[in-house]
Design a protein around this ligand. Structure first.
Ligand SMILES: Nc1nc2c(c(=O)[nH]1)N=C([C@H](O)[C@H](O)COP(=O)(O)OP(=O)(O)OP(=O)(O)O)CN2
Ligand SMILES: [Zn+2]
Length: 140
């Protein structure tokens, strides 16, 4: 028998809206703490993709979690602080995807002006077409 919720709207629990905006930048890094000869210990670059994911149980304005344009602050931050830079000089931790995701999540939490009830669900950083890391706030 199907375990799906019944289609009747009267019995459906309220859901969550989620949005995602993607930005890109080019950056270089050199990772420490790796075994001798590890390729990522050498100075190299990536075309990074940053995805910021937001969620809310209600909508504002015409039906937005938040206007995507409100997230342009993050684009400006990436363009001015990360693009075409040596990321070892940009963050005070090893510039792994995980650490970049955490640093950008914290920056978003401190700087983005979000409507009440809207929260940053996660920031995901892609270094390559086949790998990503994200920092996701645990909601209890
Ligand atoms: N957990 C993590 N592992 C690795 C990270 C990271 O940030 N988090 N970073 C690197 C290097 O930056 C490396 O440049 C990227 O790794 P990798 O996916 O191995 O790169 P490739 O494109 O060469 O991988 P393919 O094997 O060709 O898919 C390493 N690890
Ligand atoms: Zn790398």
């Amino acid at each position: 028998m199907s375990q799906l919720a019944p289609a009747s709207s009267a019995s459906v629990e309220p859901g969550t809206y989620r949005i995602c905006k993607t930005y890109t930048f080019e950056g270089a890094h050199q990772l420490g703490g790796l075994s001798e000869g590890h390729k990522c210990g050498r100075l190299h670059g990536h075309g990074y993709t940053v995805e910021v994911m937001l969620a809310s149980r209600r909508l504002t304005g015409p039906g937005f979690v938040v206007d995507f344009a409100e997230l342009d602050l993050l684009k400006r931050h990436l363009d001015s602080g990360f693009d075409h830079r040596l990321l070892n000089d940009v963050v005070d931790v090893e510039p792994t995807s995980e650490n970049l995701a955490r640093a950008l999540f914290d920056w978003c939490a401190a700087h983005l002006d979000l409507p009440d009830g809207t929260f940053i669900e996660a920031v995901r950083v892609r270094e390559t077409a086949t790998s990503w890391a994200e920092y996701r706030q645990d909601i209890h």
